[in-house]
Design a protein around this ligand. Structure first.
Ligand code: GDP
Length: 191
């Protein structure tokens, strides 16, 4: 990944056809059980189905969204599919990624700590212009919350990340997550 646009314009990430139709590799990171697969399935298929995890992982799922300026963004979404344990494989996985979505569970401070580990890892080894989103998932479990919203906001602000709380279960903020990421992508020049 040597180009100025990093993960956006090189062949590792699938390349970009033109300024109006972006194609980006997006990786999901975070502890097992925080809801990564459920977020993807909610976004791509519009459903909440915790049992269909086995169907992803072999390859990526993709989903295209249109922005108001008529740009389209095709996300090629890579889920770790349970490979969180093999930290040594992580650099292969996020290589060429234009976007990293780092997920924790708002009911679990341990997963928030782990999210911070992944942010540092990406700051060290990821593409320099990677767009990072910090996601506090399971926001429907407010009564079990153990990570205050402002902790997420503060950490994200300090690290130049976009922050949002989501629920894959209720679909709250799932589309917004991807729309906000799309808006933050560096655009290739149309010359
Ligand atoms: P992954 O290991 O990070 O991919 O996590 P999964 O997507 O497999 O989800 C782990 C568990 O969390 C499943 O039992 C889901 O039903 C549950 N889960 C995922 N997202 C949510 C959510 O937004 N709210 C609630 N209440 N449960 C969720």
């Amino acid at each position: 990944s040597t180009g100025r646009l990093g993960g956006l314009n090189n062949s590792e990430s699938g390349g970009v056809a033109d300024a109006k139709n972006l194609r980006v590799k997006l990786v999901l990171l975070g502890d097992s059980g925080v809801g990564k697969s459920c977020i993807v399935l909610r976004f791509v298929r519009g459903q909440f189905d915790p049992t269909s995890k086995v169907t992803i992982g072999a390859s990526f799922l993709s989903q295209t969204i249109a922005l108001q300026d008529s740009t389209t963004v095709k996300f090629e979404i890579w889920d770790t599919a349970g490979q969180e344990r093999y930290a040594a494989l992580a650099p292969l996985y996020y290589r060429g990624a234009a976007v990293a979505v780092i997920v924790y569970d708002i009911t679990s401070p341990e997963t928030f700590n782990k999210a911070q580990y992944w942010v540092k890892e990406l700051q060290k080894h990821g593409s320099p212009d990677i767009v990072m989103a910090l996601v506090g998932n399971k926001a429907d479990l407010e009564e079990k919350r153990e990570v205050p919203t402002h902790d997420g906001i503060d950490y994200a602000e300090k690290n130049g990340m976009f922050f949002i709380e989501t629920s894959a279960k209720t679909a709250d903020n799932i589309n917004q997550l991807f729309e906000e990421i799309a808006k933050r992508l560096p655009r290739p020049s149309s010359s």
